[in-house]
Write a protein that binds this ligand. Structure first.
Ligand SMILES: [Zn+2]
Ligand SMILES: [Zn+2]
Length: 138
């Protein structure tokens, strides 16, 4: 049982730049179906950059990388509040059970010790589309 488990929590919360996260040395992608390597520098490359380099003998142009990013954005399954299902929040929080919560739900749960009633959420009332009443000739 080793006592000192390294749990260093740096004040400058830069979770996105975790050095433990492997990223493509070219396009900085952190997720790829297959990791490849630059055959000359041996730096990690994502599948797309690795393939491109292999086939064309040059690095994938930034234009293609940007286009790829846009594509991924559509499929991107972002964090979702486990309670109110919102995708938009200034900061993500965690419930006691570790579930993902939006800021509103997280703060409410912490302050009141119970889940935020979803009825509090302002539902935007959509203007009803005018259904023309069937005119029944009398
Ligand atoms: Zn890449
Ligand atoms: Zn929520």
């Amino acid at each position: 049982m080793g006592g000192a488990h390294a749990s260093t929590r740096g004040g400058a919360g830069s979770a996105n730049l975790d050095p433990n996260v492997k990223r493509c040395s070219h396009c900085k992608a952190t997720q790829t179906p297959l990791w490849r390597r630059d055959p000359t520098t041996f730096k990690p490359l994502c599948n797309a950059c690795g393939l491109y380099l292999q086939q064309r003998n040059r690095l994938r142009p930034q234009v293609l990388i940007d286009a790829d990013g846009e594509e991924e954005d559509q499929n991107y399954v972002g964090p979702e509040c486990s309670h109110c299902r919102t995708h938009h929040t200034s900061v993500w929080r965690r419930s006691k059970t570790g579930a993902q919560l939006c800021n509103a739900c997280g703060v409410y749960a912490r302050l009141r010790g119970k889940p935020r009633p979803l009825s509090l959420k302002r539902n935007k009332i959509k203007p009803r589309s005018k259904h023309p009443k069937p005119v029944i000739p009398s």
